[in-house]
Design a binder for this molecule. Structure first.
Ligand code: BGC
Length: 741
């Protein structure tokens, strides 16, 4: 009897679920019919000029062109940071004063926070913590949404192997796997489960594609990449963003293999649409359609408009009216002359209208100020995430004789350096509405941390770049009378970011003079680096006992750095990018090929006469205050045919501090039909491991992880042996071999 009742119950549940899901499907079905009806009828009423308007974005927060909006000539606005009231005012013009009342979309570069500034993306990538990065992105989303932003131009997912390129700070570094995981995390954080939700904004993966590989690291420069490298290295983070549902993509400024990215059918049509099935829309970069002319493949703006549009760039992000609105001024003509078919135009316009519909703008075009007054995450929560992410973004590069962590009652501490009492630079580039006054400086962070038994004395020593005035002498005197010295040096924030390429990655001469003079005092020195790119610091590595890579950590900089210096947080960050010894080694990256003559003692091998061949700090590198011992690497099978390969390893914390460790799994295809990288990151895991504790970590790999692109660029798995390397960075690991059938 009991069993019968049980069965009846189960069957009823299944039945109810079925009805429920049918109702769900039905309402989804009805909704999408309703949406299609609205969009179809809107499209049928639009003039060609109004359609082109939806494909035009203008820029400039102070230069709102009311007339252009009223005429329906603008579909979206790069709004800057003027706040909800201003956004609503502009929106009102579109909704109430245009013929069809189609709302505007407001875009913005929300890169690493909106009001609250988190670490720069390259720093965040050093945390290898996608969950935390997702949380930070979702805070940025709601803060931006509250002030009128619907759409961010992030994440930047360009792989960068050249630290001369200033925009390396905006991405996740050199690795396609880490870059793909973090691309997903950021898209999820911004977009949440629906862009119609008031807490979310739409994302835009940029800059499609290859922009990070500018020749000689010079911004906007030519990019020449083989299709193999494009597919293996530069495309995967974009694919990963598309797979997770990124709404939009931005086409790059760069020439890619002879065709500017913003006119490049191969990437925009063949790969993005045909191979990946991307259904969102593509926006150009700032005037990148206009720049097709200087690239030399269009004679005038009309031809540029034609080439950009026909290649698959739906929306034109233009600089301002000086540069010229390329689509606005030319697409209508091109359509009336039949050069661009009406159906192609409709196809792009529909995608934009669909986007606006799903953002909820047809129902609620205005920022719901009340909603945000009542629904912002608490300051306590936001600060907690910002501090945690800042802590985890710090990479300990050197800690000779374990001089770190310092005791809170160490005695007299000399804090020296141009960035020690600085707030503005710590925001880093692309800091949206971030404010210097919200930043905890390093001086403040340390002051709040030390005990009554310690004394903190500060002097600037010198500027970041200018040689005079400086007070290096005072800095030396102060150091002599101190028990420990903390030197804070690096780059000003404007030295990285867009149009901030460099040929010299040394710390400025005057700061080096400061460091060298202070080091002569023979006091214990902790050097904190603030910068937006790997710098060349061999002298520092050789002569300074402790080096902390702190990038730019945003609002919580000073707190997080003090947490690390005084041991309240045991550093766990690992480099997402290789640090060269000198500029001449660039590009240098961990997943290089072996060559026919890998470096040995023998002269005629692949190396330099005047420089070592290894990097200063390899990809994946970062120290902890404790020691992690790796042992017992095991594979559950010797041969993989179908199913999964399980890889297990023991990690023991043999030191005296609890700590987090990022365990990295690399593979190497030993013999294949095409040359393969000497290492490819395939998995990683961040674990908490208490002092003395031993943790067994398990990874799963499947056949797909062992695939390659064959000579014809088809994705296949070739039978053969693969090394499985698991370790603490890309040069220290244990190895086992598996045969893949
Ligand atoms: C940058 C883009 C950015 C755009 C809008 C361009 O100069 O390359 O990354 O999204 O400006 O600010």
């Amino acid at each position: 009897m009991k069993t019968l009742i049980y069965y009846i119950l189960i069957i009823s549940i299944i039945f109810l679920n079925e009805i429920h899901s049918q109702i769900d499907n039905k309402s989804f079905f009805h909704e999408s019919i309703e949406k299609n009806n609205i969009l179809d009828s809107l499209l049928s009423e639009m003039t060609t000029a109004e359609k082109v308007g939806q494909l035009t974005q203008i820029v400039g927060k102070d230069k709102v062109s009311k007339e252009l909006i009223k005429e329906g000539k603008i579909g979206s606005y790069l709004i800057g940071i003027d706040g909800a009231i201003k956004a609503n005012e502009i929106q009102k013009i579109a909704v109430e004063e245009t013929r069809l009342g189609i709302p505007l979309v407001f875009a913005n570069d929300v890169i690493h926070g909106y009001n609250t500034i988190f670490p720069i993306p390259l720093a965040e990538a050093s945390s290898w913590n996608p969950d935390l990065i997702e949380k930070a992105s979702s805070i940025a989303a709601i803060e931006a949404a509250a002030e009128g932003t619907h759409w961010t131009y992030a994440p930047m997912v360009d792989i960068a192997r050249d630290p001369r390129w200033g925009r390396i700070m905006e991405g996740s570094g050199e690795d396609p796997y880490l870059g793909s995981i973090l691309a997903k995390a950021r898209v999820r954080g911004f977009q949440g489960t629906s862009i119609g939700n008031k807490n979310n904004i739409a994302a835009c993966a940029k800059h499609f594609v290859g922009y990070g590989n500018a020749e000689a690291g010079k911004d906007y420069n030519t990019v020449d990449i083989s299709e193999r490298s494009l597919r293996e290295i530069f495309l995967p983070p974009f694919k990963s963003a598309v797979d997770i549902g990124v709404e939009t993509l931005m086409s790059g400024f760069n020439d890619l293999n002879g065709i500017p990215a913003s006119a490049n059918k191969f990437i925009l049509k063949k790969i993005l649409r045909n191979e990946w099935g991307f259904s969102g829309f593509v926006i150009s970069d700032y005037n990148s359609i206009g720049e097709i002319i200087p690239h030399g493949i269009a004679e005038d703006k009309k031809e540029a408009a034609k080439k950009g549009f026909l290649a698959g760039v739906d929306v034109d992000m233009v600089g301002d009216t000086i540069i010229g609105n390329i689509y606005m001024d030319n697409l209508s003509d091109l359509a009336s002359q039949g050069i661009i078919s009406e159906s192609l135009l409709d196809n792009s316009v529909r995608k934009v209208l669909d986007f606006k519909y799903r953002l909820g703008l047809f129902d609620n075009p205005y920022v719901d100020i009340k909603y945000y007054e009542n629904n912002m995450p608490s300051k306590v929560y936001i600060d907690k995430i910002a501090r945690k992410l800042a802590q985890e973004s710090i990479v300990l590069l050197k800690n000779e004789n374990n001089i770190l962590p310092l005791s809170k009652d160490v005695g007299k501490i000399a804090l020296i350096g141009p960035l020690a009492d600085n707030k503005d630079d710590l925001l880093g580039n692309w800091a949206c509405d971030g404010r210097a006054e919200n930043v905890v400086s390093i001086l403040e962070g340390i002051k709040n941390k030390i005990s009554g038994k310690s004394e903190l004395v500060y002097t600037k020593g010198c500027e970041v770049l200018e040689k005079s005035p400086n007070n290096i002498r005072d800095a030396v005197e102060l150091s002599k009378s101190s028990d420990a010295v903390i030197l804070v040096v690096g780059e000003a924030k404007w030295e990285s970011g867009e149009a901030a390429s460099k040929t010299n990655l040394n710390i400025s001469e005057i700061q080096m003079e400061l460091i060298k003079e202070v080091s002569k005092t023979n006091k214990p020195i902790i050097l904190v680096l603030l910068n937006g790119r790997p710098l060349t610091i061999p002298w520092i590595d050789k002569n300074i006992e402790a080096v902390i890579e702190a990038w730019y950590l945003g609002d919580q900089s000073g707190n997080a750095i003090a947490d690390v210096i005084f041991g309240d947080y045991n550093p766990s960050g690992k480099l997402p990018v290789t640090f060269p010894r000198s500029v001449g080694q660039i590009p240098i990256y961990y997943n290089s090929k072996n060559t026919g003559r890998p470096p040995t003692e023998y002269k005629y091998t692949s190396k330099y006469l005047d420089e070592e061949v290894t990097p200063l700090y390899p990809f994946g590198y970062g120290l902890s205050y404790t020691e992690f011992e790796y042992s017992n690497l095991q594979l559950n099978i010797d041969t993989l045919s179908d199913g999964n390969l399980e890889v297990t390893i023991d990690i023991q914390n043999t030191g005296s501090y609890d700590g987090d460790e990022i365990i990295q799994l690399y593979i190497r295809d030993i013999v294949a039909s095409v040359t393969r990288p000497i290492k490819e990151l395939k998995r990683f895991r961040k674990i908490r491991c208490l002092a003395g504790e031993k943790v067994n970590v398990k990874f799963q790999l499947n056949r797909n992880d062992f695939s390659l692109l064959d000579v014809e660029l088809n994705k296949i798995v070739e039978p053969g042996n693969f090394d499985i390397m698991v370790g603490k960075n890309s040069v220290e690991y244990l190895t086992k071999t598996v045969f893949v059938k």
